[in-house]
Design a protein around this ligand. Structure first.
Ligand code: HEM
Length: 372
């Protein structure tokens, strides 16, 4: 452990609401960010898989065009739902998050540039995918590579923020800001854990699209269901290996949090594992019995639950890393009762607006074959 004075001093401005409110909001909004990110990144994976495995198959080309059209909206959702946890993480963990962001300043700054370039690519594919599938396939691949890199930069930042003992060496080795956190042993398995999850959720996106087409366009919907359902199953099976790699890469005392040392962490870990096994079996059964409803409602709900358990586990892990330095009870709190209810009403109103927008936009409503 380093001298705690290496950590910038706590902001003397009091929190405008109790600590737990910010923690809850961070968890809720980060969960929503993860859902949107998984659909966006996983959708891009699925569209590319369909495009490059098409061999002239009409259905695979349709999947490519159909999914590619949704990606710009899903990217917008990822960004909007990323801003909220960005604010809350700064309120609670500012001393750590700002420091790591400065240490990796240049890659961190490049997130914006990479994002804009990826956006252009996704729009190109959404508009030109049908007429120029050859070029669009490669543009989509390039955009996916860019968002993969953005996720990687995030993983570098959040793994670095939780190890203040590594900051000084990193800074003095290269004070220019051209750093990542590549020497961190958990970085790669942690990052791959996110990417593998995104592929599985991309499979679910296809299952949901299949549900919307089930009545009017059964043959195509069945193809979507089989393609997406199998992708979900195989990615989730692979997740067992990647997840285990992540677990064993953790320092022993932190790993043991999930294996008995911390009751909530152990319960969440067990529930997440059981949920994952159940989701694989449920999807496999639904595929065999051609039961789209079980796959679309049952597996989707189970997967959302698993992601929620992982989001909370990730938070417990961060607080355990920061345990020598981070003492939430030290936050001065001066609840601003005049604006706090207003904030809550606006927050809930914002979430409701999102739901209305999603319904109006018809992300999962049926399109006729000629629409695509
Ligand atoms: C579009 C591409 C994006 C991808 C693929 C992506 C992916 C990710 C991933 C994988 C993590 C978790 C990293 C880890 O725990 O190791 C993460 C965390 C985070 N992302 Fe995103 N992200 C994207 C864009 C954004 C944007 C534009 C924002 C903000 C405007 C944002 C805000 C956040 C925040 C604040 C966290 C950390 C939350 C915390 O530590 O509690 N993300 N992102």
């Amino acid at each position: 452990m380093i001298n705690p004075s290496m950590v910038p001093t706590l902001d003397p401005n009091p929190l405008p609401a109790p600590y737990w409110v910010f923690k809850l909001l961070l968890l809720v909004t980060f969960f929503l960010h993860m859902l949107a990110m998984n659909f966006m990144m996983g959708g891009a994976f699925m569209a590319i898989a369909a495009r490059f495995s098409s061999n002239g198959s009409e259905y695979r080309n349709r999947i490519f065009v159909d999914v590619a059209k949704k990606i710009p909206t899903l990217l917008a959702a990822t960004i909007t739902l990323g801003i909220a946890p960005l604010l809350f993480v700064q309120v609670i963990y500012g001393q750590y998050f700002y420091t790591s962001s400065i240490l990796i300043a240049w890659p961190w700054f490049f997130v914006i540039i990479l994002l804009i370039a990826a956006y252009y690519g996704f729009y190109f594919v959404a508009y030109k995918g049908k007429r120029r599938p050859g070029a669009a396939g490669f543009v989509l691949l390039a955009s996916l590579a860019l968002v993969l890199f953005i996720g990687f930069i995030y993983s570098n930042n959040v793994t670095l923020m939780q190890v203040p003992s590594h900051w000084a060496a990193k800074y003095f080795a290269n004070p220019s800001g051209w750093n990542l956190n590549l020497s961190e042993p958990t970085l790669i398995p942690r990052y791959l854990h996110f990417v593998t999850a995104a592929i599985a959720v991309g499979g679910i996106l296809l299952v949901l699209l299949a549900l919307a087409r089930w009545k009017h366009d059964r043959d195509y919907a069945r193809h979507l269901f089989q393609f997406g359902g199998k992708a979900f199953m195989y990615a989730t099976m692979a997740q067992f290996l990647v997840g285990m790699w992540f677990l064993v890469s953790l320092p022993r005392d932190l790993r043991m949090l999930f294996m008995g040392d911390n009751t909530p962490a152990t319960v969440l870990f067990s529930a997440g594992l059981l949920g994952t096994v159940a989701a694989i079996f449920l999807m496999s059964d639904a595929l065999r019995k051609d039961n789209i409803r079980v796959a679309a409602y049952g597996v989707t709900a189970l997967t959302a639950f698993i992601i929620l358990t992982m989001v909370i586990m990730r938070d417990i892990l961060r607080d355990a890393y920061l345990e020598p330095y981070f003492h939430p009870h030290q936050f001065p709190v001066q609840t601003q009762w005049a604006v706090f209810p207003l904030f809550l009403v606006l927050f809930l109103g914002g979430v409701a607006l999102w739901l209305i927008m999603l319904k109006r936009y018809g992300l999962f409503t049926s399109t006729k074959p000629t629409d695509i």
